[in-house]
Design a protein around this ligand. Structure first.
Ligand code: LLP
Length: 428
């Protein structure tokens, strides 16, 4: 159990002091439930651990993990920066009146329209991905007579051990420019000379859901040594951004990294190399997404079918599935769950939880122990706060669930449930 989750005297799961039975009654299912206190506590831990006496430190929330107008407001309350990757994410931040100077704009394929938007609305920093993007950005700034800060995303070639689809720093990755290519230094020189783009530093992100602390430490070391090469050429690097990717617990077998330790060690390695070579680094940044919100989220489903196959496999059928959680189908991600209205009963049944989509791969939990369930019971799946709502789809014309935030015995709607009318709104 995570955050404020508790089991009450009737064996019903409560999140943020609100029972899942009440949440189902009030908002219906499927329902994403976000635990505000979990997010606040995790953010405080990250900020506290990622501190330095030498550098200014910024924590930018990677909003692709979970972004709503309400979430932007929480990010602002927590005094975090916001990492955005598309015009849609920029627009969401604008709608929330998020201070755009604290937004960082990422992406390997930014459109001219998106770059225009970023310059127009005064995004704090653009994380430039490549040569052509820099040229486009410079032209846009000149045309608008507006300057912008930029960081170059580089690929430090670190092979982080995680799912192939979420590795980002192998030699053939689509992200950033390789530190092993002379052209990358040439690009840095060009940005550094630019009249319109202020060169701030370099960025790397080595992947997501990484459990090995050494991958992060290696990244810190390789990036700082690269800065040394640049400084030796007379190019000042103020900012080093190390990206996100800190692995979290979803289910048995996951050994999440000790985030506090990892962040402190990252800072300490950079402090040492910075001092040894007098590099003059001024600011360190990280971009956690999943580690901030994944375990704040629980998805509630109603069990609406039970089946035992000829071969003896037990299924629980739910009213959602791969449309609200694509991760098991896409990354073979494993989740834990419980029957939220039967928490005190033994988990004795080996079952597979299947979604309602017309896909054999629409399985949310495979062969796990769960309590014996009846129709109408509430299945709670844990750890769904990151990359669930944000990757949801309308496959099979299934409306996206509502999102609710809970805190101290109160719940509030964050995102309304989609209606059937919403599904045909853009059809002509
Ligand atoms: N910074 C950059 C540049 C990123 O590309 C990402 C994630 C992050 C930060 C945040 O990483 P995190 O701390 O959340 O691991 N959909 C996949 C994850 C894709 C991650 C994409 N980039 C999943 O569901 O596992």
């Amino acid at each position: 159990m995570f955050g404020t989750q508790e089991i009450n005297g009737d064996g019903i799961l409560e999140i943020g002091g609100v029972s899942v039975k009440k949440l189902k009654g009030e908002y219906g299912t499927p329902l994403y439930v976000m635990d505000k206190n979990y997010i606040v506590e995790k953010a405080e831990l990250i900020k506290k651990s990622f501190k330095s006496k030498v550098f200014k430190t910024d924590v930018a929330y990677a909003s692709k993990a979970f972004l709503t107008v309400g979430m932007c407001k929480i990010v602002e309350e927590l005094d975090l920066c916001l990492d955005v990757v598309s015009g849609g994410e920029i627009y969401t931040a604008l709608k929330a009146h998020f201070p755009m100077e604290k937004a960082h704009f990422h992406g390997n394929s930014k459109s001219i329209e998106e770059l225009n938007m970023a310059v127009e609305y005064g995004i704090g920093t653009i994380i430039v991905d490549n040569h052509l993007e820099f040229k486009l950005l410079e032209d846009i700034c000149e045309k608008k007579q507006k300057k912008i800060n930029a960081i170059l995303r580089v690929n430090p070639g670190i092979d982080a051990h995680t799912h192939e689809y979420i590795q980002t720093s192998k030699f053939d990755s689509k992200f950033g420019e390789s530190i092993f290519m002379e052209e990358t230094k040439e690009l840095i020189r060009r940005i550094n000379r630019s009249e319109w783009v202020k060169f701030e530093g370099i960025h790397a992100h080595i992947g997501s859901q990484i459990f090995d602390i050494n991958s992060f430490l290696k990244e810190a070391e390789v990036m700082t040594n690269y800065i040394k090469e640049l400084v030796e050429e007379g190019i000042g690097i103020e900012t080093l951004n190390l990206g996100g990717g800190y692995g979290i617990y979803y289910s048995e077998g996951d050994e999440p990294i000790d985030l506090e330790l990892c962040l402190k060690e990252q800072v300490s390695i950079i402090e040492k190399i910075n001092e040894k070579y007098n590099l003059g680094i001024k600011k360190l940044q990280i971009e956690p997404g999943r580690s901030l919100v994944a375990n704040a989220g629980t998805t509630l489903y109603t069990i609406q079918g039970l089946k035992t196959t000829y071969s003896g496999k037990n299924y629980y059928f739910i009213d959602g599935g791969m449309t609200d959680n694509i991760r098991p189908a896409l990354y073979q991600a494993a989740y834990n769950g419980t029957i939220g209205n039967r928490c005190l009963e033994e988990k004795e049944n080996s079952v597979t939880v299947a979604g309602k989509c017309c896909e054999s791969g629409d399985l949310i939990i495979k062969d796990a122990k769960l309590q014996k369930a009846e129709l109408g019971d509430i299945l709670c799946v844990f750890g769904t706060g990151a990359y669930n709502y944000s990757m949801a789809s309308n496959y099979n014309k299934i409306p996206r669930p509502a999102v609710v935030i809970v805190e101290n015995g109160e719940s509030a709607l964050m995102v309304r449930r989609e209606s059937y009318e919403d599904l045909v709104r853009n059809d002509v």
